[in-house]
Write a protein that binds this ligand. Sequence first.
Ligand SMILES: [Zn+2]
Length: 102
Amino acid sequence: MELNIGPHTFEVLSDEATSLHLASEGRDGDSDLRNLRIRIRHDLPESLWRETLLHEVIHMCLALTHLSPRWSDEEEEDLVRALTPYLAMVVGQVGTARRPKF
Ligand SMILES: [Zn+2]
């Protein structure tokens, strides 16, 4: 699948080979701005798969804002982990929200 983040189209890889590779690194997912690629383990439960995808999307959003260099890897990871569950709960609602009519 593909995912648009700003003007960029990311390829989202989630297949058996990706799962094996990520598992060997002890990761559920990763993201690569230079190659516009996000990889997520295919063998995750659906809800965890979605949350991991959102986690990687947030990393890419931060990278695209050029704010990432202000933080250490650990600080960015803490920020992304803190934001992800809250955004996961609301992102679908915001996407379908409509302005009330008077
Ligand atoms: Zn992360």
